[in-house]
Each structure stands twice: as C-alpha cells, then as structure tokens.
Design a protein around this ligand. Structure first.
Ligand SMILES: [Zn+2]
Ligand SMILES: [Zn+2]
Length: 57
C-alpha cells in the first residue's frame, strides 16, 4: 500500500486534508463527519483572521 504524495482536498467541505483521509464511495473526505454529510470545522483552521480578540492584559 502506497501513500499518495501531495495535497488532498475534501470532496465535502473543500478543506485541505492533512490527516488520513476518509474514503467513501470513491470520494475523499477530511473526516468521518464530512463523509456522512455533516458539518465539520476542519476548514476553519485556514482562516486566521477569525482569531478571537484577546483582552488587554
Ligand atoms: Zn470536509
Ligand atoms: Zn472535516
């Protein structure tokens, strides 16, 4: 069994799959949640601009 090098994107939410992808019916998903049609938060990691405002210490 060989591991394909390169970037893999989820067929569900479009997020980059960094861990082991979940394959269902020929499609590749980022996680089991996407594979079952649910909403996951894997793609939100790419948006650094949504970082919460830290209170001034
Ligand atoms: Zn996904
Ligand atoms: Zn996911």
């Amino acid at each position: 069994m060989s591991i394909t090098e390169g970037v893999v994107y989820c067929d569900g939410c479009g997020a980059e799959v960094k861990d082991a992808p979940v394959v269902r019916q020929g499609l590749t998903y980022c996680c089991a949640i996407c594979a079952e049609g649910g909403e996951c938060d894997c793609g939100e990691e790419d948006d650094d601009r949504r970082a919460p405002a830290a209170p001034a210490a």
